[in-house]
Design a binder for this molecule. Structure first.
Ligand code: HEM
Ligand SMILES: [Cu+2]
Length: 541
C-alpha cells in the first residue's frame, strides 16, 4: 500500500504564499507553527495577567485593582494558561513532530487540522473581549463553580462559548493525532517501538476525547441554568451546585494529565539523547503512561474533600490518588536510571529536562501531601495549592515546552540557537521560579487564602519575595522570546540535519530546516531499524 502511493506524489501542491499560506494551511508543519506562535502569544497575555496579580499582592491593602477585577485576572490567567498556552503548545509540537518522528507525510486529516487551529483565535478573542462587556470577564475562578457562575454577568457567557470552541478544537486535534499515530507509522515501527512522545500524545488524545465533552456538557448546563430556566445547579429549583463540581473535576483531573503526559514524553525523548544512552525501561514508561491515564479518571474527588463526603469516599479518593505516585515514580526512576553512568552533556534542552525532573517531583510530593484528606481540609484554597500546581504546571509543563523548543528549534528554523543565552534563560528561570513559588508553600501553610486581592499583615514578607520573583521570571521570558527570534533570523549559524549527537529518532534523518514536505515516501526499513537499534529498541525480526 505504501509503495503504491509513491507514484501519486509527483506534482504535489505548489505552496500558497502570504496570508493564504496560513489561513488555508493544511501542511502539518505550518499548522504546528501556527499553534506554537498562538501558544507563545497566549503565554505572554496570561503572563501579563499573572504579573498584574503579583503586583497587587506585593503589599497588603488594595493598590491597583478593584477586587472584582482582581478576580477576573486570576480567572482569565488560569483559563488562558491552561487552554490557550500549554495545551495548544503541545498540540503544536504534536503537529510538527509526530509525522516527522513516525515517518508519515502529514497528519491524517489535513483540512480538519486547519479547522482545529483556526477555532482557537476566536476563542481567545471571546475571552479577551469579555473584559470589556458590562460586569467584566468571568471572575469565579477557572473552575467556574456555581452559584457564582450562574449569578455573574455576560462575561461568563463569553467564557462558556470560548470553552465550547476550545473543546471542539481539542477533540478534532485529538482525532487527528490518534489516527496519525495508529495508521501512519513507517513500516517497521510497531506501536511498542515508536518514540515515547508519540505514545504520550496518543494517550493524551484519548484523554481529551473522553473529557472535553464532559466539560462542554458542564458549561452548557451552566448556560441553560443561566438563561433557559433549568435548575441543574440551582438549589432554589431543586438542583445541586455540588453536581457541577463532580462534573467539572471528572474533566479537571484528567485535564492535569493532559498537560503533564506530553511533558513526560518530551523529557523521555531528550534525556536519552544527552545522556547518550537508550531510555531505561521503555515498556514500563508506556505502561506507566497508560496507568496514569486510567487512574486519572478515578481521583476527581480529591478536589472536593472539603465539600463533605462519606468517609469511605474520602478513603477511596485518597488512596487512589496516592496510587498515581507509583507509575509516576516509575517514570522518575527511569529518567534517573537513563542518566546513570551516561556520558551526559548539559545543553539547554537537557538542562530544562533535568530541571523538569527535579521540580516536577517537588510538585508531585506536595500533591501527595494534599491528597491526604484531613490535611487537604486544612490546605484547600490556600496558597499551598497555588504553589503545588505551579510546580507541576510551570516547572513541569512549561519547562518541558522550553526543553522541546530548544531541542527542535534547529530542525524548525535550520539555525542553531545561542547556547550561552539558552543556558542563561534556564538558570534565570530556575532561580526566579523557585523564588516566586517556593515561599507560597509557607504562605499557604500559614493560612493565606488564594484568589484574594488583600491579605493579613503577617503574610507581607513572603508575598513581597514572591512578587519580585515573578517580575524577574517574567523578564526572563522576554529573553526567551528574544532567543527564539534571534534563532529564526539566523542564530549562531546553520544547523546540521542532526545537531544532537545522540539524536536517533526519524526527525533527525531529514534536513534542517525540515523541508515543507517530508516522508512523502516512507523511510526505508533499514533507516527505521538503525534508528530503533540506536535507541535500544532491538528489532525482533
Ligand atoms: C511565572 C508565571 C506565573 C505566575 C507568576 C503565576 C501566578 C499566579 C497567581 C498569582 C495566581 C493566583 C493565585 C490566587 O490568587 O489564587 C495564579 C493562578 C493560576 N495559575 Fe498561574 N502563574 C504563572 C504561570 C502559570 C502557568 C504557566 C500556568 C499553566 C497552566 C498557570 C496556571 C494557573 C491556574 C490554573 C491558576 C488558578 C486560577 C484560579 O484560581 O482560578 N499559571 N497564577
Ligand atoms: Cu486532581
Amino acid at each position: 500500500m505504501m509503495i503504491a502511493t509513491e507514484h501519486l506524489n509527483h506534482g504535489h501542491d505548489a505552496m500558497d504564499h502570504g496570508w493564504r499560506r496560513w489561513l488555508y494551511a493544511t501542511n502539518h508543519k505550518d499548522i504546528g507553527t501556527l499553534y506554537l506562535f498562538f501558544a507563545l502569544a497566549m503565554f505572554f497575555v496570561g503572563g501579563i495577567m499573572a504579573l498584574c496579580i503579583r503586583a497587587e499582592l506585593f503589599q497588603p491593602g488594595l493598590q491597583y485593582w478593584q477586587p472584582e477585577f482582581f478576580n477576573q485576572l486570576t480567572t482569565l490567567h488560569g483559563i488562558i494558561m491552561v487552554f490557550g498556552a500549554i495545551m495548544p503548545a503541545f498540540t503544536g509540537l504534536a503537529n510538527w513532530m509526530l509525522p516527522l518522528m513516525l515517518g508519515a507525510p502529514d497528519m491524517a486529516f489535513a483540512r480538519m487540522n486547519n479547522w482545529s487551529f483556526w477555532l482557537l483565535p476566536p476563542a481567545a478573542a471571546l475571552l479577551l473581549i469579555s473584559l470589556l462587556v458590562p460586569g467584566g470577564a468571568a471572575g469565579g475562578g477557572w473552575t467556574l463553580y456555581p452559584p457564582l457562575s450562574i449569578q455573574s454577568g455576560m462575561g461568563m457567557d463569553l467564557a462558556i462559548f470560548s470553552i465550547h470552541l476550545l473543546g471542539l478544537s481539542s477533540i478534532m486535534g485529538s482525532i487527528n493525532i490518534i489516527t496519525t499515530v495508529l495508521n501512519m507509522r513507517a513500516p517497521g515501527m510497531p506501536l511498542l517501538k515508536m518514540p515515547l512522545f508519540a505514545w504520550t500524545s496518543l494517550v493524551t488524545a484519548y484523554l481529551l476525547i473522553a473529557v472535553a465533552p464532559v466539560l462542554a456538557g458542564a458549561v452548557t448546563m451552566l448556560l441553560t441554568d443561566r438563561h433557559f430556566g433549568t435548575h441543574f445547579f440551582k438549589a432554589a429549583g431543586g438542583g445541586d451546585p455540588v453536581l457541577f463540581q463532580h462534573i467539572f473535576w471528572f474533566f479537571g483531573h484528567p485535564e492535569v494529565y493532559i498537560m503533564a503526559l506530553p511533558a513526560f514524553g518530551i523529557v523521555s525523548q531528550i534525556i536519552p539523547v544527552f545522556a547518550r544512552k537508550p531510555l531505561f525501561g521503555y515498556v514500563s514508561m508506556v505502561y506507566a503512561t497508560c496507568s496514569i491515564a486510567i487512574l486519572s479518571f478515578m481521583v476527581w474527588g480529591h478536589h472536593m474533600f472539603a465539600v463533605g463526603m462519606p468517609a469511605t469516599a474520602q478513603l477511596f479518593f485518597m488512596f487512589l490518588t496516592m496510587l498515581i505516585a507509583v507509575p509516576t515514580g516509575v517514570k522518575v526512576f527511569n529518567w534517573i536510571a537513563t542518566m546513570w553512568q551516561g556520558s551526559m552533556t548539559f545543553e539547554t534542552p537537557m538542562l530544562f529536562a533535568i530541571g523538569f525532573v527535579c521540580l516536577f517531583t517537588v510538585g508531585g510530593f506536595s500533591g501527595l501531601i494534599l491528597s491526604i484528606a484531613p490535611v487537604d481540609t486544612q490546605m484547600q484554597d490556600t496558597y499551598y495549592v497555588v504553589a503545588h500546581f505551579h510546580y507541576v504546571l510551570v516547572a513541569g509543563a512549561l519547562f518541558s515546552l522550553f526543553a522541546a523548543t530548544y531541542y527542535w528549534l534547529p530542525k524548525w528554523t535550520g539555525f542553531m540557537y545561542h547556547e550561552g543565552r539558552g543556558k542563561f534563560h534556564f538558570w534565570w528561570s530556575m532561580l526566579w521560579f523557585n523564588v516566586t513559588f517556593f515561599p507560597m508553600h509557607f504562605l499557604g501553610l500559614a493560612g493565606m487564602p488564594r484568589r484574594i486581592p488583600d491579605y493579613a499583615l503577617q503574610f507581607t514578607d513572603f508575598n513581597a519575595i514572591a512578587s519580585i520573583g515573578a517580575m524577574c521570571f517574567g523578564l526572563g521570558q522576554v529573553f526567551f522570546l528574544f532567543n527564539v527570534i534571534h534563532t529564526i533570523r539566523g542564530g549562531v549559524g546553520p544547523a546540521p540535519s542532526r545537531p544532537w549527537e545522540g539524536g536517533n529518532t526519524l526527525e533527525w534523518e531529514v534536513p534542517s530546516p525540515a523541508p515543507h514536505h517530508t516522508w512523502e515516501t516512507p523511510p526505508d526499513l533499514a533507516t527505521v531499524q538503525r534508528g530503533l537499534r540506536a535507541q535500544g529498541l532491538e528489532n525482533d525480526e
